[in-house]
Design a protein. Sequence first.
Length: 219
Amino acid sequence: MSLQLYFAPGACSFVPHCLLELSGAAFEPMLVKLHKGEQNEAAYHAINPRGQVPVLVDDGLVISQIVAIVLYLDQKFPTAGFLPCEALARAKAIETLAWMNNTVHPTFTHIFMPHKFSDQPAVQAELKSYNTGLYRGLLGELQALVMAAQAKGQIWLSGANLGPLDAYSLTLTRWGSLAGIDPQTFPVLWAFVNQVAAQPAVARVIERERLQLNLFKTA
């Protein structure tokens, strides 16, 4: 099969995973078990020396980094309309995608993997606590984006078609629940995420990755 997506359940690879399902194209989902360290094995490093997901392989050609993969899939499947065609609307959609990837995503990494940033337990605890507060604010910004889109009569964040911003919103909201932030405290965002999850292509990915949307647990 010419198209392969290397993914890990619940990771940001969920975004291109959804796009491939939405495209209707045949592809092979390749599970990488991060909890077992498969990303660090020589076989995976031969595909991506950085040991990260997602990785898209198209007819033997390797593409890594989520923004690059999204832009590639958008051009490979133009009729899917993953991103707007009009110049300004497209730029604004990519602007939001970049913000999700370079601001919201790394903030969660400081919560979920503080050991990447310090080998001191006390510092790790402080990183986790501080960035949880930041992340809550970023989810508020994400909810504001949803509300702004809805005010313009848009069903989805970048326009008429379900796309990467919507799938990434689901992932980021789900991560918030892992960080101890109840997504239901953002009711507009939570309703939107459930709307995304109900779409058949997204539901297939959720089933394949065996995901639970809300992992928040009360103390």
